[in-house]
Design a protein around this ligand. Structure first.
Ligand code: GN1
Ligand code: MG
Length: 363
């Protein structure tokens, strides 16, 4: 079966409106394989997001999909009756036999969402307003999930933001040097090891457990094309118990820097303080109701920790032979790591100013 025929046959398992018309590869995710599927329903095109779940990363598909079902239904309840409620949360589409995912005979698992119309997403930030909006949307998302009824969400990837464990994994990978790349990344390995005390900052903070998004990069927010406002938070795969400042830290990693995550010209990579300020204001505007002093006190540090952690993760994967993150060119994971470390260095330079903003804004 060709790839196109396979996608079509998988799409036909889902309760989409109308007839399958076409499918194309979609999005910039490093993990899941996504397609935009267009169907024709009475002459009107309907679009869906069809995703093949990466089971090397998400081992427990039922737990993953149950988390997403509960989270999307809960957020839908929160936004019900508000303007544009339909477009403010991802909505799963079930299969014809009412399952949340489809399993192919070979074991591959697929799921589908309705595509949210009239929206943009961005790989790199364009303005402080955009940073504010993205942070407001993620803060609101955390706030809406604060009253999710028990049981506790499943930890689909345990120790996801456990930075010391990420560092240990790097050290082990360096020791193994399975694909002989260690010699080509000495500078980055030394950079990482010289900052090992940073790894413990969040996990040792005694922070409360909350339901967090865990992948709050700028490109995981959909902005309304018409108003420019942040409308909907997407990519719910890693929504699980965690620490609220990790979400803020990942925003600082991706929305204070106007260079792409894999930019090779490192002179373009810098933490821009006005964007950090906009992020803080946006996040606090939505999350101040539940954040404790202990959580707000580490928001500046969280940017550094998550940028450091992400650099370590890219470096580890480069040294292991690109087994986790999808790459489109030779050395891309090392480029991604270098960008993270350049951004971290820029944050280190501006640390005092970042801390001043945190104290001024999070009163
Ligand atoms: C991965 O696939 P994507 O782009 O949504 C990763 C995140 C990283 C991100 C870096 C499950 O997310 O943790 O922050 O790449 N997701 C997983 O861009 O590991
Ligand atoms: Mg993701």
């Amino acid at each position: 079966m060709t790839e196109a025929a396979r996608i079509r046959s998988v799409a036909n398992q889902f309760a989409f409106a109308g007839e399958f018309a076409r499918a194309e590869r979609w999005g910039s995710g490093h993990i899941q394989e996504s397609y935009c599927v267009e169907c024709n329903a009475d002459g009107a095109p309907r679009r869906y997001l069809l995703q093949r779940i990466n089971q090397a990363v998400f081992h427990d598909v039922p737990a993953l999909m149950e988390n997403i079902r509960r989270v999307t239904e809960h957020v839908a309840e929160h936004v019900k009756g508000q303007p544009d409620a339909e477009r403010r949360v991802l909505r799963l589409v079930a299969t014809h036999d009412r399952r949340l995912w489809h399993e192919e005979p070979g074991g591959a698992c697929w799921r589908a969402y309705q595509m949210i119309q009239g929206t943009w997403s961005f790989e790199a930030v364009e303005s402080p307003e955009q940073a504010f909006e993205a942070a407001r949307a993620f803060g609101e998302f955390q706030a809406m999930l604060a009253d999710l009824p028990p049981p506790r969400l499943a930890e689909t990837i345990p120790d996801f933001h456990n930075t010391p464990k990420r560092l240990a994994a790097l050290e082990q990978t360096v020791a193994q040097d399975a694909v002989g790349r260690v010699a080509s990344a000495q500078v980055e390995i030394e950079f990482a090891l010289a900052r090992r005390e940073l790894a413990a900052v969040l996990v040792q903070g005694g922070l409360p457990e909350r339901i967090v998004h865990n992948d709050t990069k700028l490109s995981n927010v959909l902005f309304d094309e018409a108003s420019g406002r942040a409308l909907c938070v997407i990519d719910l795969d890693t929504v699980m118990p965690g620490m609220a400042p990790c979400d803020f830290g990942d925003m600082a990693r991706t929305a204070t820097c106007s260079a792409a995550e894999d930019e090779r010209d490192l002179t373009k990579v810098a933490m821009q303080l006005p964007l950090f300020e906009a992020l803080l204001r946006g996040y606090v505007s939505a999350a101040s109701g539940f954040l404790t002093h202990g959580e707000t006190a580490v928001l500046g540090a969280a940017g550094k920790v998550i940028t450091y952690e992400q650099g370590i993760r890219f470096l580890t994967d480069y040294l292991a032979g690109d087994r986790y993150y999808r790459v489109h060119r030779e050395g891309q994971n090392l480029d991604r790591c270098r960008t993270q470390f350049a951004l971290l260095a820029s944050m280190e330079h501006q640390e005092a100013a970042m801390e001043r903003l945190v104290r001024a804004i999070c009163v």
